[in-house]
Design a protein around this ligand. Sequence first.
Ligand SMILES: Cc1cc2nc3c(=O)[nH]c(=O)nc-3n(C[C@H](O)[C@H](O)[C@H](O)COP(=O)(O)OP(=O)(O)OC[C@H]3O[C@@H](n4cnc5c(N)ncnc54)[C@H](O)[C@@H]3O)c2cc1C
Length: 426
Amino acid sequence: MTTLIVGGGWSGLAAAIACVQRGEPVHLIESAKQLGGRARNVSWNGHIIDNGQHLMIGAYDRMLAMMMSIGVDTDSVFQRQAMDIVIYDTEYPALKLSSKSFLPWPLSLAWNLASSAGLSGLKQVAILQSSIENTLKSKDISVSEWLLSKKQSKRLIKQLWEPLCLATLNTPIKEASAHLLAIVLRDSLGKGKPAADLLIPRQPLGDLFPRIAAKYIQQHGSKVSLATRVKSLIVEQQKVTGLVLGDGTQIEANTIIVATNLSKSNQLLSSYIHYHLPAEYPICTVYLQYGAETRLAAPMLGMSGTISQWIFDRSEQTPGLMAVVISAPGEHEKMAKEALISLVCKEIHQLFPAMPEQVEQGFVIREKRATFACTVGIEQQRPQHQTDIAGLWLAGDYVANNYPATLEGAIRNGENCAKLMVADLK
Ligand SMILES: Cc1cc2nc3c(=O)[nH]c(=O)nc-3n(C[C@H](O)[C@H](O)[C@H](O)COP(=O)(O)OP(=O)(O)OC[C@H]3O[C@@H](n4cnc5c(N)ncnc54)[C@H](O)[C@@H]3O)c2cc1C
């Protein structure tokens, strides 16, 4: 009997691909009119943009391998560039976490850090980095407790660690898990230059993977249904036997992978499985359309001391388009769209005076449930792929792995879930 996969985000798609690659036919069911979930296309102003600015890094090895396995030329769809993070602050000089210099990795990184944060800043960062393995062996604490215990300065906390923690864990430092941040730092900065490279998509997110994934799944004899909501699962005597769609149709199955986002999974599964994960946190992207000739000094720049956190130059896809990211909960959530656009525009002009004071058009996308909150102790709370209900499996970025909510985590979980499930069937 065909395996059903509920949810056509990057995780469900990865699960479907891994199944068909192992000779297991699937029917993928997605409630939205398009695939991609939290990493999808949106139309605005005659252009296709992303539902939210995403950044990938060279350490996303499963994502890259999965894309290559379905024929995506990862060298051409991503602009790969050496890590070059410069964070501008309202009170301190710019801080550089960048490997762009004549020196080899990681000396280039140290050189740029020492020249922007001084030798004491470099020393503090080295102390924190050398404490990663011990931190991982100890009980989890919050990122702010970790930073204070390693005597990080007020400046480094504000201008480096807080922006990095928000960008990677989407969780404020007082709540965020030191373990997860330590893993992210180890797997990006600690594994050499290629792992830390920035991968900037040259295409909208939906064209990068979901569209090609769907074609691949269908070409391999499996089925993809859009605009089809799964209302409930059918479980009899601790065994899954099918599901019910929104229109009441029942589909029989003895294997189902649920690859929905955390809150939807909770709704579908609450009668059968009990796990408790923390809240989901928002990410807001403010798109600013300047004159077509406007360019940022780099593909992305960090900002601290402002509501705006990161700005990305999207000119390669749409000339003069910038995407400003605001992660985690905050004051901006209460602001009306127009007020937020004008505040963000003002902050950008203040920190980067070469950027125009006025924007031609602005657009705000608030993803209220962008990621699960990566709070202290989260590792113990994440569920496993296999459930206590026979035939019922879980994928999705929130299922147990070492990563925060990322595309890499979503793909890894989809692929691993499919591998375990197929092995179990055989
Ligand atoms: C604004 C924003 C910025 C981000 N930035 C980054 C970044 O820079 N780097 C990074 O790596 N990650 C980033 N992420 C996180 C990343 O997008 C997610 O971790 C990833 O997309 C999760 O994929 P998923 O397949 O697990 O879940 P989802 O994408 O949520 O997929 C679940 C799918 O299930 C469908 N579904 C739900 N209920 C049902 C139902 N009842 N029946 C049928 N279908 C259903 C949904 O419509 C959805 O398509 C960002 C996320 C957002 C929102």
